[in-house]
Each structure stands twice: as structure tokens, then as C-alpha cells.
Ligand binder design. Structure first.
Ligand SMILES: [Zn+2]
Ligand SMILES: [Zn+2]
Length: 372
């Protein structure tokens, strides 16, 4: 299944780095997806060559491969699959190697191309931080959020001109948005100062947007927040970001959840953690305690002989799992409280118990604990 990397690139085992790079470029061009649209076999070959190049272009990986074969470089890949899941990964890894061949526009149409005057553009994505209390995440809720977005000016429909006027091609740069100057051997391109790179100028700007074609707009939308979200959970609302310009699609809105810290409960995944203080007699003899949950009060059973640091739980009183909806537990860490001062009668009885158990205790003192 795994072909020899040298064989894939068609180079000898003694080939130098330059030879390997050249061989890879040749293959990458041959099997490039833009030249072989829809051809699965070419895509596989393209990825295979990238994998071979990845290993053989790295001195350390190459030497491991020479010594141990595929086992030396595949690590935990399980079966030695290519790390390049799709061709996009290949561009991410080796895009720069193609740059000088394709002049930077390698990844297909438009990606690096300059925005020209008539081109529509997609609106920006927006991020909104939504703060919630821990109680809010127990059940699904709908929150109304309000924010300002940058959108197409309604007065001029984004043209930036007053009614009846149209933007004109910039005379300084001839509509390219750039000024090219020659300095000795070099040509330097800079953004046109007259039109600020837009390639067009507006003689009679719209009074509402002052020629920008964009205005701030108030937005108010309702967001459905599922139960069980936690800090960092992102909710994506398609098309609720900034409006596109000149017919471009709107961006998306990402609502990022921040759950405020609770005074009493800390959260560990779906569990809520808190502490409970129990009197030493209840810890020894057992009993019941009334405890606060996130929403109400419940009875927690204290088993006989509960030790300091013990963990007691109320099952299903935690946070619902975001996916399954199953609630975690409410977890209590036990602290055992001892009285600061004993009543006379209490001390007498405790001494009797100590004697009965043959416990060698300090002679009678003023307080329960010896203090300075
Ligand atoms: Zn210009
Ligand atoms: Zn306007």
C-alpha cells in the first residue's frame, strides 16, 4: 500500500535537496487539482507526492526513512496514511513552493486577487460575547442580543453617491487603485492616494454615509442557547454577521459563551462541586443535612462515619450535558466542624468515651483545643 517515497518522486536515493524539490514541483504541477478537476486519481497522486516530499525534504525525517522505512516516519499515524486529508492541507504545508510558479494565485481563482471596483465582497464575520450565569445553562433559553453592525447604506444602496450621480473612474490611477513608480531596477506599487485604492472617486458623496456606502446599523436578534453550554462554547448564526457589499453574502455571527463564576459552585465538565460543613457528631453518627442546589434545597444523607474530605453526591443535580442532555452530579466535599469550646457536660461525656476506648487524652484544660 505504501509506495517508496523515492519511487514516488522518481528520484534516486542519493538525490540532493534541490533534485527532490524539482521532482516534487514537477509532479505537483502535473497532478494539480486545478488542472485535473474532479480527477480522484490525480488528487491521490498529488497528496502522495506531497507526503513523499514532506518526508524527503526534511533532513531528519529523510534519515529516519532511510533507516527504518515507512515505520520510521509514520509514528502514530496508524497504517501510515497520508497526513494530508485534502488538497487544502497540501497548500497549507507547501503553498510557498508553488508561489514562484503561479505568482501567488496558486490556490485557484480569486483568493489573493485584488478587490476591484465592481467586485462584490462577503461581509465580515462578527463575534459577540454572551455572558450567562451558571443557573442560565440548566435549561435551553432564548437571549436577545443587541449590537451594531456595519451595513450597506440604505440612502444610496451602497453606491456612496447622491441620487443621480455615479462613482467615476479615478483619473490618477486609471481605476487600478495603484500607482506604480520605477526606482532604478525596481518597480514599486503603492496605493493610490486620490481614491485610496478603490479605483473610483465620488464627486457628490451621499450625505448619509459620506461616500463610504456603509452605515452603522442597530441589530437585535434572538439567540437560542442550548442547555449545558460552557465558557468557550461558540454558537454560529449563519448570515447574521456584517452585510456584504455590492450584493456579496453576509458574514456569520459567532456568539461566544462566557459563564460567570458562581459564588458557591464550581464546574467540572457537567458536575458541580461545592463544600459542605458537617458537625463532628453528625459525621460520626450519620444523619441528614439540608443543602442548596443550583435551583432549590434538597436533603443530603450523611452516612455514619463520614470522614473529613469525603465526597458525597446528589446524582443528576449537576449541569445537563450539551449533547446528551444528561445531567451531571452535584458533588460535596465534606468538611467536619468541631466546636471551638465544649460545654462542661459535653467534655465530661467525651472524657468518659475516651476512657472507655483507652484513648490517652490530655488532662482537663480550659478549652477543647490547647491554645496559646
Ligand atoms: Zn486612484
Ligand atoms: Zn450612502
Amino acid at each position: 500500500m505504501n509506495r517508496d517515497y523515492y519511487e514516488i518522486l522518481g528520484v534516486s536515493r542519493t538525490s540532493d535537496a534541490d533534485g527532490i524539490k524539482k521532482a516534487y514541483r514537477k509532479l505537483a504541477l502535473q497532478y494539480h487539482p486545478d488542472r485535473n478537476p474532479g480527477n480522484k486519481e490525480a488528487e491521490e497522486k498529488f497528496k502522495e507526492a506531497a507526503r513523499a516530499y514532506e518526508v524527503l525534504s526534511d533532513r531528519e525525517k529523510r534519515s529516519r526513512y532511510d533507516q527504518f522505512g515507512h515505520a520510521g516516519v509514520n509514528g502514530g499515524m496508524g497504517g501510515g496514511g497520508s497526513p494530508f486529508g485534502d488538497v487544502g492541507d497540501v497548500f497549507d504545508a507547501f503553498g510557498d513552493i508553488f508561489g514562484d510558479i503561479f505568482g501567488g494565485g496558486f490556490r485557484g481563482a480569486g483568493q489573493n486577487s485584488r478587490r476591484t471596483k465592481s467586485q462584490s465582497s462577503r461581509g465580515s464575520d462578527l463575534r459577540y460575547i454572551l455572558e450567562l450565569d451558571l443557573e442560565d445553562v440548566l435549561i435551553e433559553s432564548t437571549k436577545t442580543i443587541e449590537f451594531k453592525i456595519d451595513g450597506e447604506c440604505l440612502a444610496c444602496q451602497g453606491r456612496g453617491t447622491e441620487e443621480g450621480y455615479h462613482p467615476e473612474t479615478c483619473g490618477t490611477c486609471g481605476g487600478t487603485g495603484q500607482i506604480v513608480r520605477s526606482q532604478g531596477f525596481f518597480s514599486m506599487a503603492s496605493t493610490c492616494g486620490t481614491c485610496r485604492g478603490r479605483g473610483e472617486v465620488i464627486r457628490k458623496p451621499c450625505k448619509t454615509c459620506h461616500g463610504s456606502g456603509r452605515t452603522g446599523k442597530e441589530r437585535k436578534i434572538e439567540v437560542r442557547v442550548p442547555a449545558g453550554v460552557s465558557s468557550g462554547t461558540q454558537l454560529r448564526l449563519n448570515g447574521e454577521g456584517e452585510e456584504g457589499s455590492r450584493g456579496g453574502r453576509p458574514g456569520d455571527l459567532y456568539v461566544e459563551i462566557r459563564v460567570r463564576e458562581h459564588r458557591k459552585f464550581s464546574r467540572q465538565e457537567d458536575h458541580l462541586i461545592t463544600t459542605i460543613k458537617i458537625n463532628y457528631l453528625k459525621a460520626i453518627l450519620g444523619g441528614e443535612s439540608s443543602v442548596k442546589t443550583l435551583t432549590d434545597e434538597q436533603i443530603l444523607t450523611i452516612p455514619r462515619g463520614t470522614k473529613p474530605g469525603a465526597i458525597l453526591k446528589l446524582n443528576g443535580q449537576g449541569i445537563p450535558n450539551l449533547r446528551s442532555g444528561r445531567r451531571g452530579d452535584l458533588v460535596f466535599q465534606v468538611e467536619v466542624e468541631f466546636p471551638n469550646k465544649l460545654k462542661k457536660e459535653e467534655e465530661k461525656l467525651l472524657r468518659e468515651i475516651a476512657q472507655m476506648n483507652g484513648e490517652d487524652v490530655a488532662p482537663e484544660a480550659k478549652g477543647f483545643f490547647s491554645r496559646k
